[in-house]
Design a binder for this molecule. Structure first.
Ligand code: NAD
Length: 425
C-alpha cells in the first residue's frame, strides 16, 4: 500500500463514521491541486533536473499549510499523503489552516551549501505563483531548516517584489520567526505525553527509545532527559546507541555535530578522543534496532513506514509517540492495537510544529511578537484541549486515538466543505 493509499484508508473510515456519502468521501480524499516542476540545478558538480512538488490538499478551513521535504524518496505519492495528513492535523488542532506539503526529490547529503541554496531558491521561484501569506504557507520538514526557509523567503520576495514574511514559517528570529518554533514539534509531543501520563501513568513509565536525531528526535531527547525520563536509545541512519542505564542527549548532540552521526559520539574520528563505550555502558547497534529494544515509550522521529507487519510484534514499548509522520503502516497499527500498545498518533503528537508555525504566521500578520513563555503556554493549551477532546471521543466510541483524531479532523473539514457548498452538485 502506498502512503497516500494508507491515509485515504484512514480518511474513508472517518467519512463513513461521520455519515458522509461516497461522493463526499471522494472529494475529501482528492487533492485540490498538484503543482509539479523540474528544477534545473547543479548537484555534486553536475547539471541535473530535480522533480519538485507542491500538493495543496484542502483549504476549506483556511490557507494551505505544510512543510517542504528534501529527500530522495520525496516522490509525489509521499508528498500527497503528507499533504492529506496536514489537512487533518490542522483540523484536529482546530487551527484555521488547510493542508499542503512540498518536496524536492534528491539526496540533500550529496549537496554542498551553495547547491542547497540554489535548489531552495529555484524551488521557491518555481512555486511563487502558488505560495502566499493568504494562500499557501510552507515550512521546514525532513532535511530542510531555518536557513533554507530564509533563502526561500528571499527568492519569493524578490520574485513578487514585496516584503511578505508570513508567506513561510520556521524562519530564524531575525527574519520574523517565532520564539519556540525550533523546538515546537518535540515540545508539543512532550506536552501530549505529560497529558496522557497524567491520565494513565502510574509513575512507572520512564524509559524512552527515539528513532531519528534531527529537529524532532534530538529536541525530544533533551526535553525528556530534563524532565527525568531515561533515554535508553537514540538512532539515526548510521546506527543505534543503546544504554539501559541512560544516555546523555547533550553529549550525543555534540558528537553528531562533530562527526555527522550519533554513533560517531563513540567512534574515534581522525584520532580525536571519542566517549568511552565501556565507561558509558553503551552498545552500538544497527539503525532499525532502536524500534524493538526494551523501553516504555518508543518515539519514531525519522521517516515513514518504519513499523510494519514485519517488526510490529517485536515492539516492546507499551506507548508510542509518533513524532514522525506516518511511521506505522495500517497492518502494524492493527497488530499493535491487538498487543495493547497505545499509539499517540502523528496528527496530534507532532502537531506542535504546525501550531507554532500558525503562531508565527499570526505574529507576522500582526507585526507584533510574543515572548517564549507566551508561545509555550498557548501551545500547551492547544495540545491539551485537543487531547482532552480526542480522549473523550475515543472513550465514547471505543476506538483508538488515531481513529478518534481522523473522526474529529475529517468531521471538521467536512463541516467547512458543507458550509461552503463544496459538496453540492
Ligand atoms: P530532520 O531532518 O531534522 O531529522 C531527521 C532525522 O532522521 C536525522 O537525524 C536522520 O539522520 C534520521 N534518519 C534518517 N534516516 C533514518 C533511518 N533510516 N533510521 C534512523 N534515523 C534516520 O527531520 P525532522 O524535522 O526532525 O523530521 C523528522 C520527522 O518528524 C519527519 O517524519 C517529519 O515529517 C516529522 N515532523 C517534523 C516537524 C518539524 O517541525 N521538524 C513537524 C512535524 C513532523
Amino acid at each position: 500500500m502506498t502512503p497516500i493509499e494508507q491515509i485515504k484508508q484512514h480518511i474513508e473510515k472517518a467519512t463513513s463514521a461521520n455519515g458522509l456519502t461516497e461522493n463526499e468521501s471522494a472529494v475529501l480524499t482528492t487533492p485540490f491541486a498538484v503543482h509539479q516542476a523540474e528544477l534545473s540545478v547543479s548537484l555534486s558538480g553536475e547539471s541535473v533536473s530535480l522533480p519538485a512538488y507542491r500538493v495543496q490538499f484542502n483549504n476549506a478551513r483556511g490557507p494551505y499549510k505544510g512543510g517542504i521535504r528534501f529527500h530522495q524518496d520525496a516522490h509525489l505519492h509521499e508528498v500527497e499523503a503528507l499533504a492529506a495528513a496536514m489537512a487533518v492535523k490542522c483540523a484536529v488542532l482546530d487551527i484555521p489552516l488547510g493542508g499542503a506539503k512540498g518536496g524536492v526529490q534528491f539526496n540533500p547529503k550529496m549537496a554542498s551549501k551553495v547547491e542547497l541554496e540554489q535548489i531552495s531558491r529555484s524551488y521557491a521561484e518555481a512555486m511563487s505563483d502558488v505560495f502566499g501569506v493568504d494562500h499557501d504557507i510552507p515550512a521546514p520538514d525532513v532535511y530542510t531548516n531555518p536557513q533554507i526557509m530564509s533563502w526561500m523567503l528571499d527568492a519569493y520576495e524578490k520574485k513578487v517584489g514585496r516584503s511578505e514574511p508570513g508567506m513561510i514559517t520556521g524562519k530564524p528570529l531575525a527574519l520574523g520567526g517565532s520564539h519556540g518554533r525550533d523546538t515546537a514539534t518535540a515540545q508539543g509531543g512532550v506536552y501530549l505525553l505529560q497529558e496522557y501520563l497524567t491520565l494513565h501513568g502510574d509513575g512507572s513509565v520512564n524509559t524512552v527509545a527515539i528513532q531519528g536525531f534531527g529537529n524532532a528526535g534530538a529536541n525530544a531527547a533533551k526535553l525528556l532527559h530534563e524532565l527525568g525520563f531515561t533515554i535508553v536509545a537514540v538512532s539515526d541512519s548510521s546506527g543505534t546507541l543503546y544504554a539501559p542505564q541512560g544516555l546523555d542527549p547533550y553529549a550525543i548532540e555534540r558528537g553528531k555535530k562533530d562527526t555527522g552521526s550519533v554513533a560517531g559520539t563513540y567512534q574515534s574520528v581522525d584520532g580525536d578522543a571519542a566517549r568511552g563505550i565501556e565507561q558509558d555502558g553503551v552498545e552500538i547497534l544497527p539503525p532499525d534496532a532502536v524500534l524493538t529494544l526494551s523501553c516504555d515509550i518508543l518515539i519514531p522521529a525519522a521517516l515513514d513506514n518504519v513499523i510494519t507487519d514485519k517488526n510490529a510484534n517485536a515492539v516492546q514499548a507499551s506507548l508510542i509517540l509518533e513524532l514522525a509522520n506516518n511511521p506505522i503502516t495500517p497492518e502494524a497499527d492493527r497488530i499493535l492495537t491487538q498487543k495493547g500498545v497505545t499509539v499517540l498518533p502523528d496528527v496530534l503528537a507532532n502537531a506542535g510544529g504546525v501550531v507554532v508555525s500558525y503562531f508565527e504566521w499570526v505574529q507576522n500578520r500582526q507585526h507584533h511578537y510574543w515572548e517564549l513563555f507566551e508561545v509555550q503556554s498557548r501551545l500547551k493549551d492547544k495540545i491539551s484541549n485537543a487531547f482532552v477532546h480526542l480522549h473523550d471521543v475515543a472513550r465514547e466510541h471505543q476506538m483508538t486515538y488515531r481513529d478518534a483524531a481522523y473522526l474529529v479532523g475529517v468531521g471538521r473539514i467536512a463541516e467547512a466543505m458543507h458550509l461552503r457548498g463544496c459538496f453540492d452538485g
